[in-house]
Write a protein that binds this ligand. Structure first.
Ligand code: FES
Length: 160
């Protein structure tokens, strides 16, 4: 038999304080579990990045003709990563990964300097994605561009 707690009023109908205690213990236990999950989930997502969606030889529509004026750039979605489409001053289209090769910030096109720029640590690339100054150790991955109709398609370069 469970000794009665003098601080808890007893129900004349049975063991209500025991049920209440179990309910509070379950509530505290689930609160602890949820707190631990809220802490560890982002840590796990960071340590185990999601699989890159396999773009294979597939291509994505990066923009429509007319979306970009000469000397401008546009970020588009390339699988799970951002891509950067640049229209040069001569009207040529260039496409590359928009993920900086230093610490993975998203790069952008700067029309004033006509470069691809990473704001995180002032990394700079040319319009072909070659790293020209700052900390980036490698060029950006260059993509293939095809204009079909009024749409601009981008895909990974085929290895030959
Ligand atoms: S993350 Fe781009 S320069 Fe550091």
């Amino acid at each position: 038999m469970v000794p009665s707690d003098p601080g808890i009023p007893q129900s004349p109908h049975g063991p209500a304080p025991v049920r209440r205690r179990r309910f509070i213990e379950a509530l505290l236990g689930s609160g602890f579990f949820l707190s631990a999950a809220a802490f560890f989930y982002p840590v796990l997502r960071f340590l185990v990045p999601p699989k890159e969606s396999d773009m294979g030889s597939g291509s994505v529509i990066a923009a429509k003709i007319g979306d970009l004026k000469p000397n401008s750039g546009k970020i588009f979605r390339f699988g799970s990563r951002p891509g950067l489409l640049v229209r040069t001053t001569s009207g040529e289209y260039k496409a590359m990964s928009a993920t900086c090769t230093h610490l993975a910030c998203t790069v952008q096109y700067r029309d004033d300097t006509r470069e691809v720029w990473c704001a995180c640590h002032n990394g700079k690339y040319d319009v072909n994605g070659r790293n020209v100054s700052g900390p980036p150790p490698r060029p950006l991955e260059a993509f293939e561009v095809q204009v079909r109709g009024d749409e601009i398609f981008v895909r990974r370069r085929q290895e030959s």
